[in-house]
Design a protein around this ligand. Structure first.
Ligand SMILES: NC(=O)c1ccc[n+]([C@@H]2O[C@H](COP(=O)([O-])OP(=O)(O)OC[C@H]3O[C@@H](n4cnc5c(N)ncnc54)[C@H](OP(=O)(O)O)[C@@H]3O)[C@@H](O)[C@H]2O)c1
Length: 340
C-alpha cells in the first residue's frame, strides 16, 4: 500500500495531539510523519508509533514535499500555509474556520458528503465541532420528514478552546478547592464551577462567533438557507466533549418512535437506549469515543412535528481529528464513501 508523507501543523495543540493518536489508531498509511508548531515548540518531541518525532517550526520550505497535511494551528496559519501545501499537490485537511465559508472549498462530514472529496487534492475544510454532531443527528430527520426549524443550546467543553483553556480550568478548580485566588487569562469569566453563554466574540446581531458558525455550516450541510435556527452556545466547566440540547421541528409529521427507528442505523450515530428514560450519554461517557451519541429522543411541541434530543460527542475526535482523518481516508480511496 502506498504510504504518504504526512504533516500535522499545530501538532502540540489539543487537536494536533489527537490527530497523532488518531492516525496511529486507524493505521493511516503514514510514510514519514512531520510535526510542526510555532517557534515556542522548537526542541520538543512527540511520540508516534513508539518513536520520538521532533516538532519543528513551520516554514514554507519545510512543507514542500508533503502529500497529506492536517492543519490545526488557527485560521491565520492556515490562510498563509495551506494554499502553499495545496499548490504543491498535497491534500490539505484544515481544522480552522479559514476556508469554511468559501463555497469553492468542500466542507465535509464523510458520512454525509464524502463523495465530494473522492480522489481530490487541495484544501478541504473540516467543520466546526458543534456543527458535526448536530448535523449527523438531524440529517436523517431532514431526509425523511424535512426540517423547518432547529433550536439548539450547546454545552461546550474547554478543550474546544485549546490547550491553554484546559490548563485554566484545571488550575482554577485546584485554586477553588484550596481557597486560593482564581487566575483567568483565556476566558472573560471564571470557568471552574461556572458557565457562560459566550463562545467567541459577539457581533452586532447579538450572536457570538460559535453561534454564527453553527447556523452557517448547518444550513450549508443541509442545503437549506431558509432553515430557521436558534442557537445559544454555552461554555461549561467540562474538559472534553460537547453536549447539545436540540429541538428539531419537521415539515412532515413524525414521532419520537419513528425518529429512534431511523437513528438506530444512522451513519456515525449511536442511539443510547435503555430500560428507562434515564439512559443517556454524558461528556464523560462519550470521551475518546468516535460516535455521536443521541439520547433522550422524545416528542416535543409543536405536536407531531417537534422532536427533542440530547446529543453528545467528543469535540476533539469526531468534532476535529477523527473527522479530518476520515476525510483524508475517503479522499485517498482508503475507505469507501459512507463507510467512515
Ligand atoms: N479544540 C477543538 O475542539 C477544535 C475543534 C475543531 C477545530 N479546532 C480548530 O483547530 C485549531 C487548533 O485548535 P486547538 O484546540 O488544537 O488549539 P491549541 O491547543 O491552542 O493548539 C494550537 C496549536 O497551533 C500551534 N501554533 C500556534 N501558532 C502557530 C504558528 N504561528 N505557527 C505554527 N503553529 C502555531 C501551537 O503551537 P505551539 O505549541 O508552538 O504554541 C499549537 O500546536 C484552531 O483553528 C481551532 O479553531 C479546534
Amino acid at each position: 500500500m502506498k504510504e504518504y508523507r504526512t504533516a500535522i501543523v499545530g501538532a502540540t495543540g489539543a487537536v494536533g495531539r489527537e490527530l497523532i493518536e488518531t492516525l496511529e489508531q486507524r493505521a493511516f498509511p503514514v510514510g514519514k510523519l512531520e510535526l510542526f508548531a510555532s517557534r515556542r515548540a522548537e526542541g520538543r518531541f512527540l511520540q508516534f508509533r513508539g518513536a520520538r518525532v521532533p516538532v519543528r517550526p513551520l516554514e514554507a520550505s519545510a512543507v514542500a514535499g508533503t502529500e497529506v497535511a492536517f492543519f490545526s494551528a488557527g485560521g491565520a496559519v492556515s490562510k498563509e500555509f495551506a494554499p502553499l501545501c495545496a499548490a504543491n499537490g498535497a491534500l490539505v485537511v484544515d481544522n480552522s474556520s479559514a476556508f469554511r465559508q468559501d463555497r469553492n472549498i468542500p466542507l465535509v462530514i464523510p458520512e454525509l458528503n464524502g463523495s465530494e472529496v473522492v480522489g481530490r487534492t487541495g484544501i478541504v475544510a473540516n467543520p466546526n465541532c458543534s456543527t458535526v454532531q448536530l448535523v449527523l443527528a438531524v440529517a436523517p430527520l431532514q431526509r425523511l420528514w424535512g426540517l423547518r426549524q432547529l433550536c439548539v443550546a450547546t454545552y461546550q467543553s474547554v478543550s474546544g478552546t485549546g490547550g491553554r483553556a484546559i490548563q485554566e480550568l484545571s488550575q482554577q478548580a485546584r485554586s477553588f478547592v484550596d481557597g486560593a485566588a482564581l487566575e483567568k487569562s483565556v476566558y472573560p469569566h471564571q470557568i471552574a464551577f461556572n458557565l457562560f453563554p459566550h463562545v467567541g466574540d459577539f457581533g452586532d446581531d447579538g450572536l457570538n462567533v460559535e453561534e454564527r458558525k453553527v447556523v452557517y455550516e448547518t444550513r450549508r450541510f443541509l442545503k437549506d438557507e431558509a432553515l430557521e435556527m436558534n442557537v445559544t452556545a454555552v461554555r461549561v466547566p467540562v474538559f472534553r466533549c460537547h453536549s447539545e440540547a436540540v429541538v428539531a421541528v419537521t415539515k412532515e409529521e413524525t414521532s419520537a418512535a419513528q425518529v429512534k427507528q431511523v437513528l438506530r442505523s444512522a451513519p456515525g450515530v449511536r442511539l443510547v437506549e435503555g430500560e428507562d428514560a434515564a439512559s443517556y450519554a454524558t461528556p464523560v461517557s462519550a470521551e475518546g469515543r468516535d460516535e455521536v451519541f443521541v439520547s433522550r429522543v422524545r416528542d416535543a411541541y409543536p405536536e407531531g412535528h417537534g422532536i427533542a434530543m440530547w446529543v453528545v460527542s467528543d469535540n476533539l475526535r469526531k468534532g476535529a481529528a477523527l473527522n479530518a482523518v476520515q476525510i483524508a481516508e475517503v479522499a485517498l480511496g482508503l475507505s469507501p464513501v459512507g463507510a467512515a
